[in-house]
Design a protein around this ligand. Structure first.
Ligand SMILES: Cc1cc2nc3c(=O)[nH]c(=O)nc-3n(C[C@H](O)[C@H](O)[C@H](O)COP(=O)(O)O)c2cc1C
Ligand SMILES: [Mn+2]
Length: 490
């Protein structure tokens, strides 16, 4: 099911008891973070919160603020219109199975055909609700970024940050669109930072504009169908359009309108559009920011976004999230991506049974993969494959276990890791790009990664003893005693 607007989604959350409405004024400076963090840290991710009167330096904002709207398994699934994220994963698998592709790219191309079948290609429309109110800069009384209830999230933050932006850019050579979620520090009413990290597609587009010495049109959307928000975070291969992906996920074509002051198309039904540009070469210090890693990321130079117009719909709701010590809302967003893209990983590595990125690892720090192992060193083949695939390149520790281990049970994986490895024989170090946010490597953006083969060792792997069996009860006895236990009230 597709949502007509972000507020439509919020209404649905409220109707199903997934949202708490807060009528009293609460400060965008630290206070909203504290209340949201309590929800995010409570079992299963707590509730979504709708602050009707967020305050900005003591003034009540003219826009309400919603936070933690995708911060549970159920809300994340509802955000993309399903009861369980696995429904989308299943559809993905059906598309991939229609005609077995032979490469990652071909798999995506095939998905593109699937989009067609599902009428998910975007449609151009002349106008839309996102333009109900238009503020061009320079006009008297126009809205500015200072009117949005942008959070100052943590005490050590360098300022206010827009935390759920969908950043639309275009490849100047091919015209291909990209949408990524890159946080934006508000410097003043009409300029922000643009935190696209060096490995991200926005940064690649920016570099091309810089080389061509051309001003780069950029549009930033907030709100709308939460499928757009999800698509902006999804680790799609460079060149695969997030708008197509959003259309596929929500099973409805995304309607696009052209911006008023820049040559970019955006979904017609988002809550806010920040239109503007990045002047390649212009950098400004951004940060610090209490980040996904649970630590503050340092001040660093990043491009600057200049606003030329701000448009919004009537009744717009400002969407926000906070990041910090896990688990946070982003865990559920990332987890949905892993579920949905698992069929693609399996297509490339048919031995993969399941994969999990536990919350403690904050996305890429820790990856658990279970495989059906057939030949020696297969675990290493899988690790190296993953390290070569898109944003999986950042995976700091990969632990490979056998198919009968539940990768979603961290304690079971740690048990296998400890029991089944000889540390020197069963580990490998590699060099790879590191996540820009990772403060541990000696230099930014590069580092070492480590893989553990915690699978049962095969004869060809230098192990010439007899591998023991796991201690397990006989199934017949289990069934019989389960009945006895019930009778005895055990
Ligand atoms: C809440 C949230 C905030 C994020 N902030 C940033 C950010 O500031 N910079 C960045 O490069 N990636 C950030 N990401 C990750 C990117 O959105 C993600 O890697 C995405 O796949 C990038 O898209 P792209 O491959 O089209 O560049 C964030 C993700 C989430 C969920
Ligand atoms: Mn992308």
């Amino acid at each position: 099911m597709a949502y007509r607007s972000f507020s439509h989604f919020i209404e649905q959350l409220e109707r199903t008891g997934e949202l708490i409405r807060i009528a009293e004024p609460v400060a965008t400076e630290l206070e909203i973070t504290e209340l949201a963090d309590r929800q995010m840290k409570s079992p299963g991710g707590g509730k979504a919160l709708l602050f009707e009167k967020p305050t900005i330096e003591g003034r009540v904002s003219r826009f309400p603020l919603a936070i933690n709207a995708m911060g549970s398994e159920r809300r994340m699934a509802r955000a993309i219109g399903v009861e369980s994220v696995d429904e989308i994963a299943h559809q993905m698998q059906l598309i991939l199975k229609a005609k077995p592709p032979t490469s990652f790219r071909e798999g995506w191309a095939l998905m593109g055909q699937g989009f067609d079948l599902l009428h998910a290609r975007p449609r151009r429309v002349p106008d839309g609700p996102c333009k109900e109110i238009i503020h061009r800069f320079g006009n008297e009384g126009s809205l500015s970024l200072r009117d949005l209830p942008v959070l100052h999230c943590w005490p050590g933050d360098g300022g206010r940050f827009i935390t759920l932006p969908h950043v639309y850019t275009r490849d100047p050579d091919t015209g291909e669109r990209n949408v990524g979620m890159y946080r934006m520090q508000v410097f003043d009413g009409r300029t922000t930072g643009m935190h696209w990290q060096v490995h991200k597609v926005g940064a690649r587009h920016g570099k091309r504009y810089y080389e061509r010495n051309e001003r780069m049109p950029v549009a930033v959307c907030l709100g709308g169908d939460p499928a757009y928000t999800f698509a902006a975070t999804a680790p799609l291969p460079d060149g695969l359009d997030e708008v197509l992906f959003a259309g596929f996920v929500r099973k409805r074509s995304v309607e696009l309108v052209r911006c008023e002051t820049c040559d970019i198309e955006v979904p017609a039904d988002v809550d806010f559009v920040l239109e503007g540009y990045v002047q390649p070469g212009e950098l400004r210090e951004e940060g610090p920011f209490g980040d996904h890693t649970g630590y503050y990321t340092a001040i660093d130079p990043y491009p600057v976004f200049h606003l030329t117009a701000l448009t919004c719909r009537k009744g717009a709701i400002y969407p926000a999230t906070i990041v910090g010590i896990p688990p946070m809302e982003d865990f559920y967003i990332g987890r949905a991506s892993v579920r949905i893209f698992l069929p693609i990983f399996k297509m490339n590595f048919p031995e993969i049974v399941d994969m999990a990125l536990p919350a403690e690892g904050v996305f890429h720090n820790l990856v658990f993969v279970s495989i059906r192992k057939q030949y020696p060193y297969q675990a290493y083949k899988v690790m190296h494959g993953l390290w070569g695939m898109g944003q999986m390149m950042f995976s700091k520790y990969i632990v490979v276990v056998d198919a009968d281990c539940d990768v979603h049970n961290t304690s079971e994986v740690l048990f296998r890791l400890c029991a089944n490895t000889d540390p020197q024989r069963d580990s490998t170090f590699i060099k790879n790009p590191s996540d820009s946010l990772d403060h541990a490597p000696s230099r930014p953006n590069i580092g070492s990664h480590m893989g553990f083969d915690a699978t049962k060792k095969l004869p060809g792997e230098g192990y010439d003893r007899v591998w023991p069996d796991l201690v397990k009860m006989d199934e017949g006895v289990q069934i019989k005693m389960a009945a006895v236990a019930r009778k005895l009230g055990l």
